[in-house]
Write a protein that binds this ligand. Structure first.
Ligand code: COA
Length: 393
């Protein structure tokens, strides 16, 4: 039985800051951000968007009535959830009117969470072939103003339906994975901001890629000549090139050119959104599919997932016939094109705006946010969400 990605949706908040302007404000050469790091725009989440609303907006785009009836497992990958106890997916389940006999959980392991979700979903479908799983990957990456990680922030979500007979990508069986206890990036429970050793995180990412790729090759006998493209977790888009260049001489010149060309397509959305942590790999996969018209059914795509701390995995899938018909390319391009640029000063104000920490009543200006699903306020320690679309909640 084929199991894999049947549908894929994406959402980013409606505000962004231009990286050239951020560089100037931080007294940095703009080329460092745009070329050295490889980012052009950074999505900014207003208070009306959090991990729940970003995920719900991404999922709303792909769910139809038959999905609503068949989804019986919601797996929400995030490292910027809104509650220490309640799974963010329970809010999404309600906001999107999913059928009640559903198992809903949140999965955390830095940027690896959604990959764990996909693998769990694959097992669930193998045991329950007629069900579908909604895997959500949603985060707001915040390192803090004027920090070393500031240029690698962002916000957004990817939503995927995992099912049998998938319309987009059939996952293959072998994968290789690795865990090592490393303090390259973490966020203590008392802190809003991530702690990061940036240089170590780059080194660990590459060391994981090397070990996992070698283990994968040993397990399968496959090499880079067997891949149409490899998508990477992209905390910033230069990271993909750093990883690819460690292996691109293992094949022919044609292999190298093909993988480099496809890496460019797989970076386009990420360059304009920034780091969305656990969704970044899947945004990159979506970017490849929605920009490269030369891929064919049966092409093998590799996916490298890395979550600091650290857990990594390399797994693969085969593109399905007519997969292009099942993408929402125009909608995603319109979404990014319709965003509003904010100045660095406005970005700083939005960044510093906070919800009350003591649960007192607080109403948000929902009219300023064009998203269909948004946080409308907090009262009595409860977050209140609204869905202004046709979907009844
Ligand atoms: N023109 C072009 N490139 C330039 C440049 C310029 N004027 N100035 C600097 N650069 C290049 C550097 O050569 C470097 O390239 P390289 O990585 O290929 O060597 C790149 O820009 C970044 O410069 P660097 O001095 O290393 O940046 P930094 O000290 O500000 O740190 C990160 C960059 C990514 C480590 C930092 O933003 C961070 O900690 N981010 C969060 C953690 C993260 O994303 N980790 C990734 C793995 S999970």
């Amino acid at each position: 039985m084929k199991i894999g990605i049947d549908k894929i949706g994406f959402y980013a908040p409606h505000l962004y800051v231009d990286m050239n302007n951020l560089a100037k404000a931080r007294d940095v050469e703009p080329a460092k951000f745009t070329i050295g790091i490889g980012q052009e725009k950074m999505a900014i989440a207003p208070l009306t968007q959090d991990a729940v609303t970003l995920a719900a907006n991404a999922a709303m785009e792909i769910l139809d009535d038959s999905d609503r009836a068949a989804v019986d497992f919601v797996i929400f990958g995030t490292e910027t959830g809104v509650d220490h106890s309640k799974a963010a997916g329970v809010y999404v389940h309600h906001l999107l009117n999913l059928q009640p006999h559903t198992r809903t959980v949140e999965v955390k392991q830095a940027c690896f969470g959604a990959t764990a979700g996909i693998q769990m979903a694959k097992g669930h479908i193998a045991l329950n072939p007629d069900s579908k799983v909604l895997v959500l990957a949603s985060d707001i990456a915040r390192y803090g103003l004027r920090t070393g990680g500031e240029a690698t922030q962002g916000a957004g979500a990817v939503a995927m339906i995992i099912s049998k007979d998938p319309k987009i990508l059939a996952l293959e069986e072998p994968s290789s994975y690795l865990t090592e206890d490393v303090m390259d990036f973490w966020r203590p429970v008392y802190s809003e901001y991530a702690q990061v050793d940036g240089k170590l995180s780059n080194e660990m990412y590459l060391s994981f890629f090397e070990k996992i790729w070698n283990a994968y090759k040993q397990k399968t006998g496959l090499g880079i000549g067997d891949f149409a493209a490899i998508c990477y977790h992209l905390p910033y888009t230069k990271m993909g090139l750093k990883a690819l260049r460690t292996i691109y001489d293992q094949g022919t010149e044609t292999d190298k050119d093909r993988l480099l060309e496809n890496l460019e397509y797989s970076k386009i959305y990420n360059k304009h959104v920034g780091n969305i942590y656990t969704g970044s790999l899947y945004l990159s996969f979506l970017s490849l599919l929605e920009h490269q018209s030369n891929l064919n059914a049966g092409d093998r795509i590799g996916l490298f997932s890395y979550g600091s701390g650290a857990v990594g995995e390399f797994f693969t899938g085969l593109l399905q016939p007519d997969y292009q018909v099942h993408l929402n390319t125009k909608q995603h391009q319109d979404l990014l094109a319709s965003r509003k640029e904010v100045s660095v000063e406005e970005y700083e104000q939005i960044f510093e705006a906070k919800l009350p920490k003591d649960g007192t009543d607080f109403e948000l200006d929902v009219d300023a946010d064009p998203a269909k699903i948004k946080l409308s306020g907090v009262g009595g320690h409860i977050r209140h969400y609204m869905n202004s679309s046709q979907v009844k909640v």
